[in-house]
Design a protein around this ligand. Structure first.
Ligand SMILES: [Zn+2]
Length: 218
């Protein structure tokens, strides 16, 4: 895992958000190959093994061996992921899970975004802008910190709760047709395989001071 990506990771346990303290056992060109991420609040420890951050046991459904996609297939998938997740501005952080993770490098290059690839196939490689994570039902990122999350059928339904938390208001979530989208999302598109939904923008308080009667500066 590239050292700068570690700053974005958070403890997955139920307490106030905390970043993690990293100790390195093996590091190469600012990539942490082996190490431990420790939570100062609850003392949980998460290992980095072979560069992959381990935040849970990946579900069996994601263990199915997959043939690597061709370069063309990966580009098509990246284009689709970019459109579904509405990744238009450089500098966004995006989460791609399972099959979507195959497009991590391509989407990262195309959109100049940082990507966390969840439960990627073995042939998916990390880079300065692509971090690999193994997870079960929690995404170890800060609330409202990512532009979009795409997952496939290999994840348990509970991961959507975590996805809603980490996506910023107005951000997108793509889920498999096999799992119903949660009611608090606005579904904007669906086909036989996936649905695309938006996290509603939080209500903006209208209780502002009246601009006409605002005499604070006088
Ligand atoms: Zn913790």
């Amino acid at each position: 895992m590239f050292i700068e990506l570690l700053d974005l990771l958070r403890c997955i346990n139920a307490h106030e958000e905390t970043w993690l303290v990293t100790s390195f056992n093996s590091i190469s060109n600012r990539f942490v190959l082996e190490g431990t991420l420790g939570c100062p609040t609850c003392s949980a420890e998460y290992r980095i093994i072979d560069g992959i951050g381990r935040f849970g046991t990946r579900p069996a459904a994601s263990e199915v061996p997959r043939n690597p996609m061709s370069a063309r297939e990966r580009e098509d998938l990246a284009t689709r992921a970019g459109a579904f997740l509405n990744v238009t501005q450089p500098g966004a952080t995006v989460v791609l899970g399972g099959r979507w993770a195959e497009a991590a490098q391509e989407l990262s290059v195309m959109t100049e975004s940082r990507i966390f690839a969840l439960n990627p196939a073995q042939h998916v490689e990390e880079s300065e802008s692509v971090g690999l994570l193994e997870v079960h039902r929690q995404i170890p990122l800060a609330a409202s910190s990512v532009r979009g999350v795409a997952i496939d059928f290999s994840f348990p339904r509970e991961i959507l709760t975590s996805a809603i938390r980490v996506v910023r208001p107005g951000g997108r979530i793509v889920g498999p047709a096999a799992i119903e989208p949660p009611g608090d999302l606005t579904v904007i598109a669906r086909d036989a395989s996936y649905w695309v939904a938006e996290k509603p923008v939080e209500m903006i308080s209208l209780r502002r001071s009246n601009p006409v009667g605002d005499t604070k500066s006088s």
